[in-house]
Ligand binder design. Structure first.
Ligand SMILES: [Zn+2]
Length: 87
């Protein structure tokens, strides 16, 4: 019955970068995540500086990571349509 929410939420937020160092701005800037490339087994995200919109980093998300992130997102947001399994 009980929700086990607290366990990994902090880890997940830590894993997803929200600010990175930008060489153009010479500061740690908030970044925006953009889906750059979709491959059969992973997706590559681009991090854009919100100050100058240049790319300051990239992140690869493998299928396993994605499933885990989806599960966590679904659980933390408590969506009712949480259990949509990919084909
Ligand atoms: Zn910048």
């Amino acid at each position: 019955m009980a929700w086990m929410v607290s366990m990994s939420q902090a880890q997940f937020e830590n894993f997803t970068a929200s600010s990175l160092y930008c060489e153009k701005c010479k500061a740690t800037m908030p970044v925006r995540e953009r889906l750059l490339l979709v491959l059969p087994n992973k997706e590559i995200f681009d991090y854009l500086c919100t100050g100058c919109t240049s790319s300051v980093g990239q992140r690869e998300v493998t299928a396993g990571d994605k499933l885990m992130a989806q599960a966590m997102t679904a659980r933390s947001r408590r969506r009712t349509r949480a259990h949509q399994l990919a084909p």
